[in-house]
Write a protein that binds this ligand. Structure first.
Ligand code: SF4
Length: 381
């Protein structure tokens, strides 16, 4: 009889530049770009650092961070030095660890999104100590864009354009202004701690168990915005990144070819090249209908030491052969998509289990599939 795989384990800390995570291919050094933006020089500097001290691969994460992969322990300090030199590590280790901020990518200089993000960064030291995975969303474009992305404290707009602060898990938020927003956030964070939130680790879980003040759950946000897609925007060209994995050489080539002024990161495996026109490239996704946009795959073997299967080549070969999204997970932890998917393949002991409409840790409908038997089991066409 098939054993039910274990549910994913949860790490109590979030890796950062100063506290990298060890993976199968070496240290993973995470960079949190300030205002979710890198200047042209910073992009080249980051790529050169990845090529000099890492494997040349850079992850674009679901929290809008960039991760240099394959760094040896001996090279970690050199990577930190380079990141500091190019302005990608502007704060001390404690504040850097707290700077988990999603920022609406279409911000412009001096607008309220920029102001809120800047004010929040300036006051990170005034916040109480929170569980390391907690984060903030400055989701203050016309309508919320980050509703499916991880954040515990959310600044959003209402349908009439007013500003609210919403605790994750609640359908409504608290009316604030740009001037009162960060004080209100600190008050909510203090409330979280004072009411035992650290035990519950995340806001959504805490608000299921603890009642917020009435006026903090009073105002509805606007309906979510249409998701951003690859293509041309007024600010520049948006490119997609299959599985969130960027080759540093390919990114440098694209920066040069498009003459982009800067790069903005998003949590959706998309980046925006500021001031650039859309360009042909085989290294990145350029069309909104590309099936790789709805295909998830974790690094798998050999990049992750836990994996017993290769994931991304298999995902690439299967993508587009179905209707509906696909998730290929190296194990039952489900790092690339820790939630349900129409079709999920889960690596186990060198083969795959198949889960329909479930998570990687749900009961599979078929087990022990090989790359050859996968196609038949999936009923591709
Ligand atoms: S899901 Fe993939 S990346 Fe995450 S632990 Fe399992 S094999 Fe590693």
């Amino acid at each position: 009889m098939t054993q039910t795989p274990p549910s994913p384990s949860v790490k109590g800390w979030c890796p950062g530049a100063y506290r990298p995570m060890m993976s199968g291919d070496g240290l993973v050094v995470r960079v949190r770009p300030v205002l979710a933006r890198l200047t042209r020089d910073q992009v080249f500097g980051l790529c050169d650092t990845a090529l000099a001290f890492g494997s040349g691969l850079i992850d674009l994460t679901s929290r809008s961070n960039l991760q240099i992969r394959g760094v040896t322990e001996g090279n970690h300090q050199a990577v930190l030095d380079r990141l500091q030199d190019i302005g990608l590590l502007p704060d001390d280790p404690i504040l850097e660890g707290r700077r988990n901020i999603l920022i609406a990518p279409m911000l412009s200089k001096g607008d309220n999104t920029t102001r809120l993000a800047t004010d929040l960064m300036a006051r990170l030291g005034d916040l109480p100590e929170l569980p390391a995975k907690m984060g903030y969303a400055i989701d203050t474009d016309i309508a919320p864009q980050f509703t499916q992305n991880s954040a515990d404290f959310r600044f959003e707009r209402t349908a009439t354009g007013d500003l609210i602060l919403r605790a994750d898990g609640m359908s409504r938020g608290r009316a604030v202004t740009v001037d009162t927003a960060i004080d209100a956030l600190i008050e909510m964070a203090d409330w979280f701690v004072a009411t035992g939130g650290r035990e519950n680790r995340r806001m959504a879980r805490h608000t299921m168990l603890t009642t917020l003040p009435a006026d903090w759950q009073a105002v509805l946000p606007a309906a979510p915005a249409q998701p951003l897609k690859p293509g041309q925007t007024a600010l520049g060209a948006v490119f997609g990144v299959a599985f969130g994995q960027i080759e540093a050489t390919a990114l440098k080539t694209l920066m040069t070819a498009t003459a982009a002024k800067a790069l903005r990161v998003t949590p959706w495996r998309l980046f925006l090249m500021e001031g650039a026109e859309m360009a042909e490239t085989a290294a990145f996704i350029t069309t909104a209908t590309d099936p790789l946009l709805t295909t998830d795959a974790c690094p798998g073997a050999p990049l992750c030491a836990i994996a017993t299967v290769e994931t991304r080549e298999i995902a690439r070969s299967l993508a587009g052969q179905f209707t509906g999204p696909l998730h290929v997970s190296g194990c039952a932890k489900g790092c690339a998509r820790p939630r349900a998917c129409a079709t999920t393949l889960v690596g186990r002991d060198g083969a795959f289990d198949l889960v329909r409409n479930g998570t990687p840790w749900d009961q599979p409908t078929e087990t022990d599939l090989t790359p050859d038997s996968l196609v038949k089991a999936l009923g591709t066409h």
